[in-house]
Design a protein around this ligand. Sequence first.
Ligand SMILES: Nc1nc2c(ncn2[C@@H]2O[C@@H]3COP(=O)(O)O[C@H]4[C@@H](O)[C@H](n5cnc6c(=O)[nH]c(N)nc65)O[C@@H]4COP(=O)(O)O[C@H]3[C@H]2O)c(=O)[nH]1
Length: 512
Amino acid sequence: MKKYQQKSLFAGLVGFLVCIFGVVIMAILAGQRLNYQIQADAALLINHVEAVDTEREKLLSALNALNYTQCDDTTLLAMRRALFDATYLIDIGFFKNDKLVCTAGNGLLATPLNDKAPDYIERDGVRVRFAPAFSLILFPERIMQAIIVRQHNYNAIIQPAKIDLHSVRAKNWQVFFKTKQTINHLTGVEGLYEKISSSMVLPYESLVVCSQVTPNYCVAVFSPWREYISQKSMLFLICLALCVLAGLSAGLLASYYMATKRSTWRRVRRGLYHQSFYWTYQPIIDLQTQQVIGCEVLARFKDKFGELAPDEFIPLIRKHQQTWVFTQAMVTTILNELSEASQLPDGFKVSLNIFPYDVQQGKLSELIQMPGLLASRFSICLEITEDEYLDSNIAHGHLQSLADAGFTLSIDDFGTGYSNLANLQNLSFHQLKIDRTFVQDIATAGLKASMIPYIMELVSKLGYTCVAEGIETQEQEAILKIAGVQFGQGWKYGKPMPIKQFKQFMSSKEKS
Ligand SMILES: Nc1nc2c(ncn2[C@@H]2O[C@@H]3COP(=O)(O)O[C@H]4[C@@H](O)[C@H](n5cnc6c(=O)[nH]c(N)nc65)O[C@@H]4COP(=O)(O)O[C@H]3[C@H]2O)c(=O)[nH]1
């Protein structure tokens, strides 16, 4: 797979993951909202169940406290008053010897009814019976569901339908009475509790809670996701679009990150430690004899993303103060390469580019100790560019010790930077290199070209040697020779080349 394909795949994957993450977060938030609604519904139902049972407890306890032993007018009046006060009870009955003898609705019964039904559930002296098909004595044709609660001498008939609530938002809910063995449906959707417990329901869409006040009374609420989503379809669409947008942005950010990972400085920094730099050699010739008397070492960069020109990496190395690391790598590499170059004569001049910053920092004194550099059979020339300011007071000592140790010092790119006569007089240089912009100006007889004689006057006054760089044509060479320039460098004689090629170049020169 190609690099850019891997990159796009990575960006796409990040986008996709962010999108999925967004959808999951959205689902959790929506689920919590849905569950909040369900909890509110369940609380409403439980409150009503508790209100019904509390009412039953209160009214029947009050009647029992009267201690009536038989059903006469006083008893019936008390029962009817209680029923009048009730919200949820639809009848109250009175028992004597476990037989229902009268009810608030029917009055005295002609035939007392036996109350030994087997389906009572006993709880704290209260017997609860669920009658799925119950008919009132007065209206036998009205078949209804009822809860019949017996409390000592009285019972109460509660019609569960009375606790149907319009304010419950969920369509599916059930109120039921739960014992260890049975689930007794009271009202709502019959079988809902069993459905929720047995079949697969999605997270957040269902809830079962039991009352703390009146234990055994429980509610089940179920609000399916699909209904919730269809109610809020617009909101969901907007959120989904936002998630996709977030995913896309994350994808773009990921590809941006990948791009910055490839940023020039990152590449250069990696290259410093992973051998992405290599050095090329450009011949320097004696303009009179046309003999190659030396070379300039010039750095090149190549990594898996491609090449970088010195104009791109040198300023970055300077900016991030990695100049000394870079120079050390250069010296180590070229010493290694040149040690095997038998084609080069003794005293061959090898010019190395040095950063003024390192001169200023006194780093260059380490070059004196660098094994094999001064001791080599070559004449080492240090070219110091003058495009960075060199404080002559600080630099003087350092340059002097380099000169004393045996290095030739050359001022590089003369005419482009901070050099002035005073600087040149104070510092211990041996050579001046005319910048190639001066040489290129010769063809058009420009201002810079007109300054070459003046530079040469300076050179002879200071006793320096002079190299002109960037010579491409015969015309340039001729004019520079007339001006007195001794040495030249440029494409006319040879471009910067890797060591192998340079050795071949030198061998061919030797033969000719
Ligand atoms: N158009 C034209 N150009 C020619 C000709 N002959 C040589 N050149 C180019 O002129 C530059 C001469 O190097 P410089 O002035 O030291 O200028 C160098 C030097 O200041 C710096 N540099 C390159 N390698 C190193 C290094 O290893 N260390 C340090 N400190 N600086 C380096 O980067 C600058 C640019 O290097 P390069 O791009 O290699 O550019 C080189 C060389 O390729 C020619 O006939 N025509």
